[in-house]
Design a protein around this ligand. Structure first.
Ligand code: CA
Length: 379
């Protein structure tokens, strides 16, 4: 926020009194809220109008964590708005297929969607950086970049030509490397391996000799069980247990090098967004920000017990990927990222912003988070 914008808000506060002043202070806390939304006349301009929206998702209906987040978001907004923003949530395949969400919201078939930016890699390769980057930033760092490091403004710029507004709406934390029907002992074991793995991670696997396959969550289990794929990644213990993946493969590998803290997204049709009065816009911003945090809290709380269940009750074989395999994947990641960044000017700008923030936060986290974890876990 520029000094001028902040000054405008303080001036507006002194003019319109404490009630709308509170709303203005709340607005000032969230990046991306320009002064055009801060018109006192716009607050509660149409307090009786009801906005009935459809929210389509890339997830199986009500899947724990990923699927329950948009349901909670809709419930919260209904209560916060006293029913004025009434959103109905649809699982993948109910209105449109999982991978059709971006186009459907862009075209106005639904007002809102929930998914992950890396699913649109075929259309906008650089979009994947707003979800996750192999060997890149974790959840805490992604949230810092998006909300205080300029990431959200670039994300909005990237989606604007499609008539969409992005809002960060969930994070799983570091994922697992995935489920394999054989042990991975060296690079040879990756050759020709057919694996469900989306985003930049899929491209990296391809460079390392594997065959990435794009599948929505609902098709993973059957594909793995019938041998259409040899391996799959999904999320982590809590979600993978719910999907029953342990019955289709024996080996469960870590760490999730390809998804170190993926951000999930809400996308809002720009016309639908523009139609909302300023208070509902703010509720949508605050509610998505809350669900962005809430999902990470849920995964953090549930993954541990789920992993115990997988190992102790279902005899899952837990394995760490060999160091030389991880090193090869890391080298391939750097090359893939540089290639994607070279596509156009905006891609280069996004790449630079991400990498600069990553370098700074990484240097500090080496002497804070990382040093602490090391000290904590040293016997
Ligand atoms: Ca995943």
């Amino acid at each position: 926020m520029s000094r001028y914008q902040l000054g405008t808000k303080i001036w507006a506060f002194s003019k319109c009194g404490s009630k709308c002043g509170l709303a203005l202070i709340c607005l000032a806390l969230f990046a991306g809220c320009g002064p055009r939304e801060v018109t006192p006349a716009g607050v509660n301009a149409k307090p009786t109008e009801i906005y009935r929206w459809k929210l389509i998702t890339t997830w199986p209906k009500n899947l724990p964590g990923l699927g329950t987040a948009p349901e909670r978001l809709a419930d919260n907004l209904r209560v916060m708005s006293s029913g004025r923003l009434d959103i109905k949530v649809y699982g993948a395949g109910e209105l449109v297929g999982a991978f059709e969400v971006f186009d459907a919201v862009s075209q106005g078939t639904a007002e809102m969607g929930h998914g992950a930016a890396y699913y649109w890699r075929g259309k906008i390769p650089i979009a994947a950086m707003f979800s996750t980057v192999p060997f890149g930033m974790n959840a805490q760092e992604m949230n810092g970049w998006l909300h205080y490091g300029g990431g959200m403004a670039l994300w909005e710029e990237l989606y604007a030509p499609f008539g969409l507004m992005p809002l960060a709406s969930g994070n799983t934390g570091v994922q697992m490397a995935g489920w394999f029907n054989k042990e991975i002992n060296n690079l040879e074991d990756l050759q020709g391996l057919k694996m469900r793995i989306p985003g930049l991670g899929g491209e990296v696997l391809k460079r390392a000799g594997g065959v990435p396959v794009a599948l929505p969550g609902s098709q993973i289990f059957t594909s793995l069980q019938t041998g259409v794929i040899d391996a799959t990644e999904w999320v982590g213990p809590y979600n993978d247990l719910a999907l029953g993946l342990y019955t289709a493969a024996d080996y469960y590998y870590y760490p999730g090098w390809h998804e170190p803290g993926p951000t999930l997204e809400s996308i809002v049709n720009k016309q639908a967004w523009d139609s909302l009065p300023v208070d509902l816009k703010m509720m949508l911003r605050v509610a998505t920000r809350a669900i962005n945090d809430d999902m990470l809290n849920e995964f953090t709380a549930r993954n541990n017990a789920a992993l115990q269940t997988l190992v102790e009750e279902h005899n899952v074989q837990l394995r760490k990927l060999p160091d030389d395999v991880l090193a090869e994947l890391k080298a391939a990641s750097t090359a893939v990222l540089e290639e994607v960044a070279g596509e156009d000017e905006l891609a280069q700008k996004i790449y630079r912003s991400y990498m600069d923030f990553f370098a700074d936060v990484r240097a500090y986290h080496q002497i804070s988070e990382q040093a602490y974890l090391q000290a904590r876990d040293t016997p």
